[in-house]
Design a protein around this ligand. Structure first.
Ligand SMILES: NC(=O)c1ccc[n+]([C@@H]2O[C@H](COP(=O)([O-])OP(=O)(O)OC[C@H]3O[C@@H](n4cnc5c(N)ncnc54)[C@H](O)[C@@H]3O)[C@@H](O)[C@H]2O)c1
Length: 419
């Protein structure tokens, strides 16, 4: 019989729940045995949603990390504690599924790499898009030579306007004490994909970006501090009422899904709790009146060591969806999540369109990536397969994100990634 791995979860918020949900659906492979979150409501939510019984529970991460509680530790805590918690988990002998971003400090990245060498635990970084079928398909098409030799990539990460306002203006990712620069917090996925597609380390890059829109002076006249009290609550697209109540009704009142399960932790979701959420939760505050350490758009130009050039735009937009164009010497590929398609366009031929939704089997989180990383993790633990997002591979995009932020702060100066 195949080995079943016991799992301890450190950080039971949205991401912790996503991976444990995927693991509970593979109960012959994984068993959740311990949960830790400083917020007891998150523990209750996790137990209720997954019908977990007999698990050990902790509200103090320090206490939780005093001894090893399982074979594997999922670390899905806020950005700034990823490395300190991973270092302690490694020392306890865990294998780790670690949420991105790892860190915005070269020293912390190095400390984690060294600790892994010392203790030997395996670390898988949650760059889930490396496993999502559409992104895997593009990699296969490029490496098959279908468009000749890849020479340039144009990547666009379009974040839905309301998601940007939620996470990077009102939420913890707006605050650099809790989070990392947006180019890492949001786009380390994109930088990581570019490394994989280019199949090379990045040599130099430059970046520009700024916070232009989410400022007090751009608030609609007479805007209140909280959306529920605001005269613009039915018209402003950033209004929490429109995002968390009207859109929930329009979506058919889903039982307990993101983003509504962020504002009310009680399952199933009901309107009364959403109304309470917009009155009390940080996401119910005016998008224009927050302290925001972040930019609201950023662009990066890169040269890889093998000569491939790439650009990345991170913008807020009408709906979410990445669009990446791959330029080859004998053709072009366009991946467009919004259009649900991959266009394969060899020069001088008719070309074909592949539907992304036809490629996704099973779990849909991150285009199937959340389920696929949990499968790949099992393959790595059993030694049956290699992993695409080992610590060694995932450090590169973090070095690029750190360099991009340095360049942006220097007004777009050219920065060497490996210093
Ligand atoms: N892989 C992805 O695509 C992806 C997507 C979104 C978020 N993330 C990352 O996942 C992590 C978690 O994000 P989330 O959306 O689940 O946020 P969340 O706020 O829903 O959950 C974070 C949880 O961590 C808990 N927590 C606070 N301090 C802690 C500590 N010291 N130790 C352990 N837990 C602690 C909080 O109480 C909360 O329940 C973040 O680092 C985020 O950047 C990754």
């Amino acid at each position: 019989m195949a080995k079943k791995y016991t799992v301890a979860v450190l950080g039971c918020g949205n991401r912790g729940l996503s991976y444990t949900q995927e693991m509970c659906a593979k109960e012959d492979k994984y068993e959740i045995v311990a949960l830790c979150d400083p917020n007891p409501a998150q523990l209750e939510k996790m137990k209720r949603v997954l019908s977990l019984q007999g698990v050990s529970e902790f509200t103090d991460p320090d206490e939780f990390l005093k001894q090893r509680r399982a074979d594997l530790c999922i670390i899905a805590s806020p950005d700034r504690v990823h490395v300190p918690e991973a270092l302690r988990a490694l020392a306890l002998g865990y294998d780790i599924l670690l949420e991105k971003p790892i860190s915005d400090s070269r020293e912390e990245l190095e400390a984690l790499v060294e600790a892994q060498k010392k203790y030997g635990g395996r670390i898988v970084i949650c760059h889930v898009l490396r496993y999502a079928p559409a992104f895997v398909k593009c990699d296969e098409l490029i490496k098959s030579g279908r468009i000749g030799k890849l020479y340039a990539i144009d990547a666009n990460e379009r974040v839905a306007y309301w998601h940007w306002a939620q996470a990077y203006v009102k939420g913890m990712w707006a605050n650099m004490e809790l989070s990392h620069p947006a180019i890492l917090a949001k786009c380390c996925h994109d930088l990581d994909l570019l490394v994989g597609y280019a199949d090379s380390e990045c040599d130099t890059l430059s970046s520009i970006g700024s916070l232009d829109f989410f400022k007090k002076e751009n608030a609609p006249a007479g805007a209140a501090d909280r959306c529920c009290d605001c005269i613009h609550k039915d018209t402003c697209p950033y209004s929490a009422k429109r995002i968390y109540i009207d859109a929930w009704h329009e979506a058919g009142e889903p039982a307990f899904t993101w983003p509504w399960n962020k504002i009310s932790l009680i399952s199933p979701t009901v309107e009364e709790n959403l109304i309470e959420g917009i009155k009390t939760h940080e996401f119910g505050r005016c998008a224009f009146k927050q302290r925001v350490d972040m930019i609201d758009h950023q662009m990066v130009q890169m040269t890889f060591k093998n000569g491939i050039h790439a650009s990345l735009k991170m913008v807020f937009a009408a709906t979410s969806g990445r669009r990446i164009t791959f330029y080859g010497t004998y053709g072009e590929i366009v991946l467009d999540e919004r259009m649900d398609e991959i266009q394969v366009l060899p020069f001088g031929e008719k070309g074909e369109v592949i539907r992304i939704s036809d490629l996704i089997k099973g779990g849909i989180g991150h285009g199937g990536g959340d389920g696929a990383i949990v499968d790949a993790l099992y393959g790595m633990l059993t030694g049956e397969s290699d992993i695409r997002t080992s610590l060694a591979k995932s450090v590169e995009c973090h070095r690029m994100g750190i360099a991009a932020e340095e360049s942006r702060r220097m007004g777009g100066a050219l920065v060497r990634v490996h210093q």
